[in-house]
Design a protein around this ligand. Structure first.
Ligand SMILES: [Zn+2]
Length: 505
């Protein structure tokens, strides 16, 4: 008996030692399908859009076992339709082919905190944002920070990160957006403690944050958005991917992950395979296409009404509205100034989004105006000093060399600036109503609600006295439609409201 017992102990010890000595091998194959920055129902005529995206996702899900559809944010704004329904249709469309992982981008906050929370509550898919908290610092119900998925013994940890600069770029209200990079590292540590073998960041991140995460080597796969680039980067250690915009290109990353375990220690080896799916080659999904047709019909009647005609060329291309005075910028600023009876108006060039050249003779429809002003912004009226107006203009021209969206389109005033001077010291010769701007005088200024909240660096407006605040304001697009209807025909030219001063000393 004693001997049998001893033999049993020896046998068991041998078995345990064998198990410890022999590595356990695990292998998982999985695929991430990435889309980011898809905010219009259509995409281009022959590429992109929700119907083609749905077709790609369905095909990937049908072909692969562990397929995860990831959305890196920017969806419910800005677009023509979102101007009407604040992005509800986008969530409906996403719900038809729901992502497995979704992180909000800065544009998710464009309609404010309440709309953000409403839209997110309508989503029938998992939302992630480890750096998003409510005003009290708690997690937002319905959002996860991270998730661990275990596939054939391999543990894949996924971290969701939203745009931390939405505070400046958008309107999240009192929601807290913590530092994207710091939060990603903290989340990685907790996933590591939980035993993750493979680390994925799904983030709506600018290039600088992308770089910081990539260079650290701490993450295996970075799925990013915001820059609208088609990007594929791999240094043998980390892979980083972005899928252009509006699903023009959808990227699939096939991963073969091998984990061997010896003495309780896990070694991870993995190989990526990258597939760029050009949706120009994809037949749209019929069900989603039918849904989109329905949206289009509802709107068409209202939007195709012609409200004016232009006898001059109008240029709303990105470089134009962010680089100097434009006729279209003048029209919009004039409309705002008139609507609230202000002395001057300043509106950000980056808020003009049509990116289009209107030839002489082009009829202008409501649809055109909403395409130019898709953010659903409203016209507000502030009272502030001449000195503060100059400070605002300085901010406006501070990033002109980089095409910053803050570039001011103005009404009721003229000024010059010298781009060769340091930012903050560029503006000169400001005139209001034909008289030199008086730094001490109080003026009435029309701007949009986004800038009034300090957006695009216009923090000076937050100090101003609010005369017509956001709650009582009207849609900027409506003000512009009214103005254009009154004009009937656009004949104005660029008239020297904003001039570049030659650096002469
Ligand atoms: Zn973005």
């Amino acid at each position: 008996m004693k001997r049998i017992g001893r033999l049993l102990v020896i046998a068991l010890t041998a078995m345990v030692l064998t198990i410890l000595a022999h590595p356990r091998a695990m292998a998982a194959d999985l695929t991430f399908v990435l889309v980011n920055d898809i905010d219009t129902i259509d995409g281009d005529k022959d590429r992109g859009g929700f119907a083609r995206l749905a077709a790609v996702v369905k095909a990937e899900r049908a072909a692969g076992k562990n397929v995860f559809f990831a959305h890196a944010g920017d969806s419910i704004s800005p677009s023509l339709m979102s101007g009407f329904d604040k992005g509800a249709h986008i969530i409906e469309l996403l719900n038809m082919t729901p992502p497995d992982f979704f992180v909000p981008g800065n544009h998710e906050f464009d309609f404010g905190k309440d709309v953000f929370l409403t839209r997110m509550s309508e989503a029938k898919f998992p939302r992630f944002a480890a750096n998003l908290r409510n005003a009290g610092g708690e997690a937002i119900p319905g959002f996860e920070d991270t998730r661990m998925i275990e596939l054939d013994g391999v543990r894949v940890g996924i971290i969701g990160i939203t745009s931390d600069d939405a505070k400046v770029k958008s309107s999240p209200g009192d929601l807290v957006l913590n530092d994207a990079v710091k939060t990603a590292f903290a989340a990685r540590r907790s996933l590591q403690e939980a035993g993750a073998d493979f680390f994925v960041v799904l983030g709506h991140l600018g290039r600088r944050e992308d770089e910081a995460l990539f260079r650290s080597g701490a993450f295996d796969l970075i799925l990013t958005g915001d820059d609208h680039d088609l990007l594929l980067r791999y240094d043998g250690r980390t892979a980083m991917v972005e899928s252009s915009q509006n699903a023009h290109f959808v990227t699939a990353i096939d991963l073969a992950i091998n984990v061997s375990e010896r003495d309780g220690r896990r070694r991870v080896n993995w190989r990526p395979k990258f597939r760029v799916i050009d949706t120009a080659d994809v037949a749209p999904d019929a069900e989603v296409a039918a849904k989109i047709d329905g949206y289009r019909k509802d709107l068409a009647g209202e939007l195709d009404v012609v409200i004016a005609r232009t006898d001059v060329e109008l240029d709303s291309r990105r470089a134009a509205v962010r680089g100097g005075e434009t006729v279209i910028g003048n029209l919009i600023a004039d409309a705002m100034r008139e609507a609230v009876k202000a002395d001057v108006a300043i509106t950000n060039g980056g808020g003009i989004r049509g990116n289009r050249l209107y030839a002489v003779g082009t009829p202008i429809t409501r649809r055109d105006i909403l395409a130019e002003l898709p953010f659903g912004n409203s016209t507000v009226l502030l009272e502030l000093s001449g000195k503060d107006i100059v400070e605002a203009l300085e901010n406006g021209v501070s990033e002109v060399a980089d095409g910053g969206g803050r570039f001011p389109q103005v009404s009721g005033m003229t000024f010059s600036y010298d781009p060769n001077q340091a930012a903050g010291k560029r503006v000169a010769n400001a005139m209001i109503a034909g008289a030199p701007l008086d730094p001490e005088k109080t003026y009435r200024l029309a701007t949009n609600d986004f800038m009034a909240r300090g957006g695009d660096g216009y923090g000076v407006f937050r100090k101003a006295k609010s005369v017509i605040g956001e709650r009582h304001s009207k849609l900027m697009a409506n003000d512009v439609m009214v103005h254009l209807r009154q004009l009937g025909t656009v004949t104005a030219k660029v008239e020297g409201r904003i001039t570049v001063a030659a650096a002469n000393q």
